[in-house]
Design a protein around this ligand. Sequence first.
Ligand code: S3P
Length: 424
Amino acid sequence: MQKIVNKISRGLKGSVTIPADKSISHRAVMFASLAKGKSVIKNFSKGQDPISSLNICKSLGINAEFKNDLLIINSTGKLSRSSTMLDCGNSGTTMRLMSGILAGQNFNSTLTGDESLSKRPMKRIIEPLSLMGAEINSNDFKAPLNIYGKNLHAIDYVSKLASAQVKSSIILAGLNADGKTSFTEPYTSRNHTEIMLKYMGANIKTDKNTVTIEKSFLEPRTIEICGDISSAAYFIAAALIIPNSKIILKNVGLNPTRTGIIEIAEKMGGDIEILDKKTVSGELVGDIQVSYSDLKACTIEGEIIPRLIDELPIIAVLATQAQGTTIIKDAQDLRNKETDRIKAVATELKKIAADIEETSDGFIINGKTNLKGETEVETYHDHRLAMSLYVAGLICEKPITINGFEWVKISFPEFENLFNTLSL
Ligand code: S3P
């Protein structure tokens, strides 16, 4: 689907409630499926990726039904073999977390994915899971994954990558393994798995960058899912770069392992205020007020990278509007996302006259640039590219045409409607 985006003539004004967090939604449905009894999930994401996780849980024998805004999960606490292959769609989180869960079951399963997911690296989970006794056949360490259920044993694993998907896969295998499993990562990646497992009664501990888990039974719970800061990021960026904007984003998750975007926006001189903080189902939540600001360039590297990994495409757009040279380093894993996001972002932003160069592990972006438009840009079947280009289009001198805009449905089907409510 093509989307034409025009320059916006007035600033964004008003407030929107940000829809449910994608990462937390995946975990809620998976962990509720493992807990014996009835769990109630409030505000489950309508994105295609979490729906893939939900459908897989149903194929594994879990009774899951929507009642108005609630997702009710009834589970015996045990999964059962699926007669069909389990389709993860576009979702790396579904494939990597489900692998950890399925590796220790007493039945076999096959996980498949779409074209993009079938190109993504799975060695990062197959290797540590195999050390725990898992047996997984793959297509040269890529999907489809044939998982032969085994009794797993604990390991102490030191990961070179700071990846929440890898960490969660090993923790979930550890939940059902003999002994005490530990996972150490170089920097802290998002910790929703740890928070939710603890909330559901698991024997799990975190000490600096090491998580330790012992075999545990989960208790069913009511889980309320907060708004997704990765979705809020497009509104934060748009308000910062569209003159005269002042907006409030409500009910946004503010877990410090996800708020790198706010720290960087503030470092760039962005006018951002956090209002009304509270804790919901173990996660920090609040409202974010953002106003148009004069931005200056900065360097983004090291431990903050996993805390803003999904926001780098929209941060690149932000950097085109900041005075000076923004350098983004240490983000080589961005090449392994839904597409090679380093290449894709640099290629597409150049088409609208951004001064951006790709490096092996990030970007060098010179600002402030008048973005031009009057061109077609591509999303590479990547939801975050689609939304980042939309925001860029709002400040281009001439309209841009985004090809493949429908991919926003992967995480944020409400995206354009919500934008429209702020630009009335
Ligand atoms: C996610 C972890 C991150 C992130 C992805 C969601 C998660 O991936 O990019 O969108 O829910 O655990 P990595 O673990 O590969 O960094």
